[in-house]
Design a protein around this ligand. Sequence first.
Ligand SMILES: NC(=O)c1ccc[n+]([C@@H]2O[C@H](COP(=O)([O-])OP(=O)(O)OC[C@H]3O[C@@H](n4cnc5c(N)ncnc54)[C@H](OP(=O)(O)O)[C@@H]3O)[C@@H](O)[C@H]2O)c1
Length: 367
Amino acid sequence: MPSPKDVYIAVIGAGGVGKCFLAQLEVLSARLSKTSSTKLSLIYVSRSKTVLYSPQYTALPFTDLTTKLADSKQELLSLPKIVDYLAAAPSKVILVDNTSSQDVADTYPAVLKKGISIVTPNKKAFSGSYQLWEEIFAAARESGAKVYHESSVGAGLPVISTLKELVDTGDEVTKIEGVFSGTMSFLFNSFAPTEGKGGKWSEEVKNAKDLGYTEPDPRDDLNGLDVARKLTILARLSGLSVESPTSFPVQSLIPKELESVGSGEEFMQRLPEFDSQMEETKTAAEKEGKVVRFVGSIDIAKKEVKVGLEKFDPSHPIAALKGSDNIISFYTKRYVSPLIIQGAGAGGDLTAMGVTGDLIKILERLS
Ligand SMILES: NC(=O)c1ccc[n+]([C@@H]2O[C@H](COP(=O)([O-])OP(=O)(O)OC[C@H]3O[C@@H](n4cnc5c(N)ncnc54)[C@H](OP(=O)(O)O)[C@@H]3O)[C@@H](O)[C@H]2O)c1
């Protein structure tokens, strides 16, 4: 018989973040077994083509977990079957979604309705349709299950928890502004450094790609959608009913002519033809003594959300950012100068830290 402090953990996705999360879960589980009466049992872990789970809800050992998962011959469960399996567990369950899957995100309302809590770095559920957003939080309210997604904005940086606390304690958030993409941060800090110079745009994109800072097809970063998704989440948490990440102005840095070229390789080959466009933008900013950066902003009073290029004085914290750091500034009634959160906004271990931190918050709140 499980004790009231037994908590079952199911993990969907064991890629860059998922593997780091599983390592952190092992540490947390060992720590809790020594310091508290909470017993964590990992009962389900899956990738897109393999699954390892315990039909009897006994804990899967952490030893060689990722190898066992890769070699597993257990039959994959459909999403509705996963929900049924978890709902039948003999104690509380927390589902950890470490994918970027829209299908998994779409099942959150069904999961939460069954009293299963969710933690995730997956942006899709919170930045898709406003209807899905409402269904998720209505289901959580109805069942009392929790849903936390700190790492969906700024990886492990405490962006969402800070915004929630500002709002919940009655501060008036007037504006949120920042650099929300490590890739864009890296690109512009090298293309238009505050000390001048910087390389050609296409060369900087190639360098960022070679160093692993971009998606395999850099257009997936340059279209601005990833930043727009993060802004959608923060705008909704600030009380704006933003319909979708395409319902406000988002500046794409993909030249029109290259939007429909077949492959990422062809895109990279042809990008130098368009260097003059970005060079003009950089020079125009320099003439005003400024540098150009790719930012997102939310003006809450005006209900305006936008993503795109802006000019900043070199002394501005956004201009002075280094490497691939993110920076998020909250302008509020209480804070005379903005509350600024800055640091690495990507990376497996850092993102997993936000996920594990959310898991701990849920464990503290589960009665
Ligand atoms: N990496 C970061 O720095 C970072 C930062 C902030 C937020 N995030 C978010 O964290 C999430 C994970 O990112 P990641 O970098 O770990 O991605 P990743 O390396 O591509 O891993 C994704 C994992 O999900 C699995 N998966 C995908 N669809 C699935 C499905 N329907 N059922 C079961 N498993 C499925 C994949 O399976 P296979 O192994 O079989 O492919 C893979 O194991 C994403 O939502 C991402 O946006 C990542």
